[in-house]
Design a protein around this ligand. Structure first.
Ligand code: AMP
Ligand code: FE
Ligand code: FE
Ligand code: ZN
Length: 284
């Protein structure tokens, strides 16, 4: 069983990277990708655990990107990058710029929330892992700890969604630029949950075609945020554009209901990813 999208406490998951690997073993996975938001900081700890747990590790990153729109703030697109060189300067620069902007944005959202709720930046920091990429889930955890809401889910439904007055956007590179940067770094770019409409606007098939021209390798069709019709459409689109399809859990530990291995990727797709990537899969 191959699951190519998970998060640890290096971003907004609740397990540390070692615990993700242990949970992957317990769930019966043979291969797991650690894809924290905009960082590679969890790779080393996960790679050490790969040997002990017997679960092979695909080193990845979920890159925040944006598709510009004529009006408004653009559409958020998550781009999974697999097996890229973490020292590639251009990609590392973009990721650092996004992480820095995420920090400023989390502070600004905290200030806005603090007008109505007893939240402080110190509480948010206390709920963010050392060196982790900060995100709205950390604000949610602070709100849960302070008794304002019961769960992350409730925080997102009531005060953290893009339509809420507390919402602030962060910097993210243009999606096409990011696809090219991932390829230039020897990575394999796959669009995460392309049809997850509940998160906000989704991009058009034409935009996905343009990203395919720029070097996109695959679409994450099998994801819990897609219904059967969306999955079927993404499969057809992938086939028309010469892209492969992946499936994954988008596991966040206790931060989300998603269970490891709830969606999986075919072995021949993993072979294609390894064939195109600049790093090997870490095997025990
Ligand atoms: P951000 O990256 O800061 O914009 O926050 C988005 C992240 O929040 C996503 O990557 C998810 O991990 C998480 N998220 C979104 N919606 C929910 C939800 N309803 N419950 C828990 N986590 C969520
Ligand atoms: Fe996340
Ligand atoms: Fe995502
Ligand atoms: Zn994710």
């Amino acid at each position: 069983m191959i699951d190519l999208h998970t998060h640890s406490s290096a971003s907004d998951g609740t397990d540390d990277p070692r615990q993700v690997m242990e949970a992957a073993a317990a769930a019966g996975l043979t291969v797991v990708a650690l894809t924290d938001h905009d960082t590679t900081v969890g790779w080393e700890e996960a790679a050490e655990a790969a040997a002990r747990t017997g679960v092979a590790l695909v080193r990845g990153t979920e890159v925040s990107t944006r598709v510009r729109t004529p009006e408004g703030a653009g559409i958020s697109v998550h781009l999974l990058s697999y097996l890229h060189d973490p020292t590639d300067t251009a990609l590392a620069y973009e990721l650092e710029r996004t992480r820095t902007s995420r920090r400023t944005r989390a502070r600004e959202m905290t200030d806005r929330l603090a007008r109505d709720y007893p939240i402080t930046w110190e509480t948010v920091v206390a709920h963010t892992g050392d060196g982790a990429t900060v995100g709205r889930p950390h604000l949610a955890d602070a709100l849960v700890a302070l008794g304002v809401v019961a769960t992350r889910e409730e925080a997102f439904a009531t005060m953290l969604h893009p339509g809420a007055p507390y919402y602030v956007a962060h910097y993210a590179p243009d999606a096409e630029t990011a696809v090219r940067a991932v390829r230039a770094a020897g990575g394999v770019p796959v669009m995460a949950h392309p049809g997850a409409g509940a998160r906000g606007r989704v991009v058009s098939d034409d935009t996905i075609a343009a990203l395919a021209d720029a070097g996109l390798a695959g679409l994450e069709a099998d994801h819990r945020d897609h219904d059967a019709a969306t999955r079927a459409h993404l499969r057809d689109l992938a086939s028309a554009l010469g892209l492969f399809v992946t499936g994954s859990s988008d596991y966040h530990g206790a931060g989300k209901r998603n269970r490891l291995g709830e969606n999986t990727t075919a072995p021949e797709v993993l072979e294609a990813i390894e064939g195109q990537g600049s790093l090997p899969v870490v095997r025990s």
